[in-house]
Write a protein that binds this ligand. Sequence first.
Ligand SMILES: Cc1cc2nc3c(=O)[nH]c(=O)nc-3n(C[C@H](O)[C@H](O)[C@H](O)COP(=O)(O)OP(=O)(O)OC[C@H]3O[C@@H](n4cnc5c(N)ncnc54)[C@H](O)[C@@H]3O)c2cc1C
Ligand code: FES
Ligand code: FES
Length: 1357
Amino acid sequence: MSATSELIFFVNGRKVIEKNADPEEVLLSFLRRKVGLTGTKYGCGGGGCGACTVMVSRYDRIREKVLHYTVNACLQPIVTLHGVAVVTVEGIGSTKTKLHPVQERIAKAHGSQCGYCTPGMVMSMYTLLRNKPQPNMEDIREALGGNLCRCTGYRPIIDGFKTFCGSEQSGCCQNGGSGGKCCMKNGISHKEENDICEELYQLDDFLPLDPSQDLIFPPELMIMEKKPGGSPLCFQGERVRLVAPVELNHLLQLKAEQPEAPLVVGNTTIGPKVLLKGVHHPLVIYAGRVSELSTLTWGKTGLSIGAACTLSTLKEELERATGEIEEGRSKGYLALLQTLQCLAGKQIRNMATVGGNILSANPKYDLSSVLAALDCTLHVISEGGSRSILLNEELFTDFGRTSLKPDEVLLSIDIPYTKPWEFVGVFRQAQRRELAFSIVNAGMKVFIKEGTNLVESINIFYGGLGPTLVRARRTCQQLVGQSWDENLLSEACRLLEEDVEVSPSVHGGKAEYRKTLILSFFFKFYMQMVLELTEKNVLASDLPLEYLSALKPFKNQVPQGHQSFQLVPEAQSSYDLVGRPMEHQSALQQATGEAKYYDDLPPVQGELFVFMVTSTRAHAKIIKIDPSEALKMPGVVTFLSAADVPETNQRLWKNNPEKLFADEEVCCVGQIIGAVVAESREKARTAAPKVQVTYQDLQPVFFTIQDAIKHKSFFEPKRKVERGDVDKAFGNVDHILEDEFQMGGQEHFYMETQGVIAVPKGENGEMDLFVATQHAALTQEVVALTLGIDTNKITCHVKRLGGGFGGKVMKIATFSAITAVAAHKTGKAVRCSLDRGDDMLITSGRHPFLGKYKVGYNKDGTVVVADITFYSNGGCTLEESLFVMEKALLHMDNAYKIPNLRGRGLVCKTYLPSYTAFRGFGGPQGLMIIENILHEVAVRCGLTPEKVREINMYRAEESYTPYKQLFCPRDMVCCWTECLERAGYQERLQAIQLFNSFNRWKKRGISAVPMKFGVGFSKPFFNQGAALVNIYKDGSVLVSHGGTEMGQGINTKALQIVSRILKVPLSSIFIKEMCTGNVPNASPSAASFGIDAMGMAVKDACEKLMRRLQPVMKRSPDNSWEQWIVEAYCQRISLSATGFFMGGDTLMEWEKGEGQPYCYFTFGACCSEVEIDCLTGDHKNIRSDIVMDVGKSLNPALDIGQVEGGFVQGVGLYTIEELQFSPEGVLMTRGPSQYKIPALCDIPAELNVHLLANAENPKAIYLSKGVGEPPVFFGGTIFFAIKSAIAAARRERELGDSFCLNSPATAEKIRMACQDQFTQTEVDRCTPSTVIENSWMTGSNQHYDQQRHTLAIVKTA
Ligand SMILES: Cc1cc2nc3c(=O)[nH]c(=O)nc-3n(C[C@H](O)[C@H](O)[C@H](O)COP(=O)(O)OP(=O)(O)OC[C@H]3O[C@@H](n4cnc5c(N)ncnc54)[C@H](O)[C@@H]3O)c2cc1C
Ligand code: FES
Ligand code: FES
């Protein structure tokens, strides 16, 4: 059959004809690099983040309508787009023409901070509105479930989008506040404060939704698609050929001729393997155009669904049909729907097919266990004929392998109706409730003899326990004929334990937890059945009522809440914008995709690409580096190593030099050894692994804090802070407790990966760098030193960052220097843009900590003395670790006056990539350790932790920290009191106790913590800021300052300040970028100090200008601003001024353990309530209330955004984010599939934030306070609420109240700490070294090979 190789599709209404389309090209790179539409972003390249979301529309011949759905452009090969229309964020509206209401509302509701996730969010919402102009909140929740945001905490995004719902939906929380009441009527006692405002934006000035603004589906495509038949397509790329048949026979013929060629439809399994793991298929068969594979028919026995139907199609059909089918027959479908609801995100469900899900044969995928339980039949076909097979464990022969013959194609799947006495249960538990592969999933179906409670037959299938689907065969056989009662339960549990084995080396680890889930899931099914049989009157239920809540899975809800702040005084001029909730300066550009990030800049002619070659050994001597194979690859230009560095092969910073390229020895996996420079990023990426490095392994090699302690491997110097007489005080206390607490590390997971473009200017060694850095001055200096060029010839430009969180301070200087070396060597512009996996591997994140403590307390809860030794895992170089440790020590007292307190800090040297700065910089670790100590004291005194916190709190107006810094805790106590009051803590505590007494398998917990957090750099030289303000003759103002805009809104606040002083509207003021040419020697944007320093500097510059303009203004007071400026120009008055701010003299004398390391303290308090599922370890964040002191807020909308975003990052840190390493020191969590940051489902259903009123801080600009870092720690309240909930479960089982729970409180740890008849061991033992012997693979899709991959997971503490 003759095939066409012309690909036709539309992008934003424009026709695209590709004659030589490359099957390897995905839509994301096509849009960004070929069409120049850079609004669609790269976040992970594997379908896990939603940053690349676009809308695809296609005409469905069978349904005779145009379908609109979202896809992840990073996984969508362009050759599969023939005949469709793609709409990107640029295609729906712009600031130049007309905004789309979705773009406008996310911007105005403050739902865009760094803006990197915003286009994806916009496209998910836009597509929803195309399909349903009046959505409900559940629709919005579902639409955004596949989009991650690392900045906002999601609440403001939802706030903006819920305005599309009917008013009765958007006005109320709908979720039920505490106690099931509407949060608007839940009796929270708000003080009558009429200067307190709850409106962060005006609802009434939004553009209406106008469907006529939408692009129409191209009529040409409609005609094309309506034509029956069509010819097959064939595309030949450089390395891959793809054939897309239209007819089934052709497909079968191709499969017969090329049985090894994979059949691709959604590309969500094959795609990540090819794109992220480098798997290569020279020939691929695309089956998405064969209509026989996309049928949906209802027959006598049930639904028959084509293998190429997407999961969304199946879900929608079941949602429709279950409303019509009688209840008894739809049980299987309802169960399947339950699974589909939390399977991946919407975009993946729109792409992924039912057939692909089954035949990927990945036990973590959810459908097989359910479909097997439902006795589904697969119809397979080949040229040789067709056959039907039952979907059961025999279909799966190994990980990723099935018993289908290579030439066989899955045509359809029959999903039968359930019979009247059949009952179905489905279960899954994942690291995160949504957008996460299950750890264990299960499908169960039992057929009961009519009118009895006797088991006629039973199916029990599990996924996630080994390489293939597992059937509990013997259990199922033996339960036949038994009555469904308690005897059956104990028999089944006994049998399941024998029948279903979980190898200690199971893929992904957590063997004990998986074993527990086998029984816990069955127990849930047992209870579900008891209930159903009781309803049918065949069983007299002896199931205690308090067991029933275990049956209700947690419902994902849309976060809602109140945000309140103090209005500016009425007397403040309406032109004065300081203190008002202004939207982020570039929110609209971010929402329209117009905002440019470094990798959005168009290529410079002849531009090259650099890709890092990294160490695969943790500790080894480099014997030889051989790039010859890589250099032979087409398009490879050169290879760089230490020898290519013109001057200094070092990133010099303080006294901690770090090599750019390792040359003699490597000290961690992921250390940069060399770099391949090639004509394209794909060529560089393909060539990099070809560089051969010969190593000689060295000893020792260790990765954990505990092993470092054994090896006495510490960096110098060690630190200590002490007050009182610690040793003596232990002699005068009622009780002494010695224990330890561990905290895991955290990956920054900024949505934009690190990178830089280096452009040599060809003259005097000048070079421009467009770079994503929080510390442009450091990058500039390191590049200059590396090249041996004066700093004045290197210019760094930083327009904005797609998130930084401390991760773009240090390592980016190394990448920049390497890229600059490449540019210097080749004389060409060179671009470096890290893949997500490399970014995570190389750059590392927050330090893991271990706190060993001895605490002395009295029985009333007074803590008299504490002696804490803090150990951090610094990784292989010191980098910023010492300063991180110092910050932990300086926060070890938090809000408490512990009269005798000693903290020692040791940074462990291990063979992991160097840990670095992360929002909070040691604060979240130091605070958490002391809070855990107080929690444990409370438990032992039989008091609530809140009581103990109150007893020990600083109260004196003149209080001193252990290092003798004076502060006044008044506002801290105010935050605490107001937080407890607003949260209704006392009443809810009682309600929780009541809830717990009525619920055996679900428990609730509540926790509140106060916080004191130091702002500013303890190194005084960093406490400075500089700015340059230029006024042009037309009156427009250009502002430059030394801060980096990374979502926190530093530019917006700077504009508000300028506007106040110069009295000009915001529209006349502009901040272009941070540029080292305009503002030299700038401090990093960090330590919550950005606007404190830059705001003052900007103010200084503006005041200088105003002083110069005063005479002109006085002479002609009625003139306009523009006239004054022209006049001033004519009078030769300089219209350009620099501003400078010299911050406070912070200093810490570590030898004495005394000093004033902070400019001031920021205070706050947070109260959170959670509910845990004791059987699975799942938890739900019910409500959090935060009261935060930000002084007199410069911009309440931005400050509340920082509070919410920081809090949610803390929720991730303390509950779900878990880094895992292999025993060889390889980071295994290298993408969103393995590493889970909070998604929409993790946000408390109710999140209330209040900015403390009447708070003023004379030490910072306009009485404000820095806010970036402190709120991270509030996430700890979720941890302690979980701990309280677990304690409630344990009390009921008469287990001790004190137990070990380390951070993060993952589902595994929660479940195992709830110890009951289904658990065998406690997983989170506080043994010095938590090493679990397990096998592990980097991703979901790697071939399962037990022999090769028997590795251990080392959870680095
Ligand atoms: C970010 C992400 C999150 C995910 N989360 C989940 C989750 O939570 N739960 C879950 O269950 N799954 C999850 N998945 C997996 C997803 O559901 C599967 O990848 C998808 O169903 C596979 O379908 P596909 O059409 O994309 O397969 P493809 O990648 O196109 O193909 C997959 C395999 O199936 C074979 N195949 C497909 N159709 C046929 C056929 N008709 N006949 C013969 N062989 C065929 C192919 O040859 C190939 O080997 C996730 C995937 C991603 C990327
Ligand atoms: S970049 Fe496509 S989903 Fe992350
Ligand atoms: S605004 Fe969502 S990732 Fe930054």
